[in-house]
Design a protein. Structure first.
Length: 263
């Protein structure tokens, strides 16, 4: 506990030193404010965002709500499709071998590289943004669900079979509970992908959303607004991911703290 507090204190002191250094550098003319926005300017930008809005009339709360709704739509759709499909593929080795090249290929395609095609096919509206988020989240979640089912500890399966547990009962009582920790870890990774995709997706065809906020700020050289948008995205992602981790600990006490799987 003491070591954790020491690390937190050191981190806070380091951040404070950086902020003070940038503030001093800008005030003394060593740094340019539009390149290195000082903390005072960031605070002023935050007040402006929460009262007047940027662009005018679109407050920070509107940007947050729009972004969260878009991510939620794509993320939930991806989870709803990837989980049952992944459970099916993971349970059937023949199907897994047939689909493995496709999963690896589509998972390797950068989601934002599909943005031009998505605009041609679906336009620059809300549907395109949700589809891109769903696409990015889907392949990450699918691969984690498949891996969760495939790599269940064989000792658990052998133990269950020794008690005459077979078929659907084996899958429901042993395989699925053993795979759930990896599935939750995959859900957290997929959420991170959703937040990465939304920034690029919202830079086209909208002035609402945190990605659009960052884009508009860049166009007007409002670097402090850009920093605020980045910080808000990071905080939102952290809070939601922490919520998923807490839910995992509550629902899956046998998970044993499985770490996040890599993309």
């Amino acid at each position: 506990m003491r070591e954790q507090l020491t690390q937190a204190l050191v981190a806070l002191l380091l951040i404070a030193a950086i902020l003070l250094g940038v503030e001093f550098g800008v005030r003394e003319g060593y740094l340019k404010a539009y390149e290195f926005p000082p903390a005072s300017r960031i605070v002023q930008g935050f007040v402006e965002l929460t009262t007047v809005g940027f662009p005018t009339g679109v407050t920070l709360w509107t940007h947050i709500l729009v972004t969260v709704v878009r991510i939620a739509k794509g993320y939930v759709a991806a989870i709803a499709i990837a989980v049952p499909l992944g459970l099916l593929i993971g349970a059937l080795p023949v199907l897994d071998k047939m689909t493995a090249p496709l999963v690896v290929f589509f998972r390797s395609v950068a989601t934002l590289s599909l943005l031009p095609l998505a605009i041609v096919w679906f336009g620059a509206g809300e549907l395109t943004k949700v589809i891109l988020i769903g696409y990015g989240c889907f392949w990450v979640m699918l691969s984690n669900v498949i891996a969760g089912v495939k790599y269940v500890d064989p000792a658990l399966i052998r133990a269950a079979r020794s008690f005459k547990v077979h078929g659907w009962t084996l899958y429901r009582e042993v395989v699925l509970p053993a795979a759930l920790p990896r599935m939750f870890a995959g859900a957290r990774v997929a959420l991170g992908v959703g937040f990465m995709v939304i920034v690029g997706a919202e830079m086209i065809g909208t002035i609402q959303g945190l990605g659009a906020l960052i884009m508009e700020a860049r166009s007007f050289y409002r670097s402090e607004i850009t920093v605020i948008g980045m910080l808000v995205i990071g905080v939102l992602g952290f809070l939601i991911s922490s919520g998923l981790a807490a839910l995992e600990r509550l629902l899956l006490p046998w998970g044993g703290g499985l770490g996040e799987t890599s993309r």
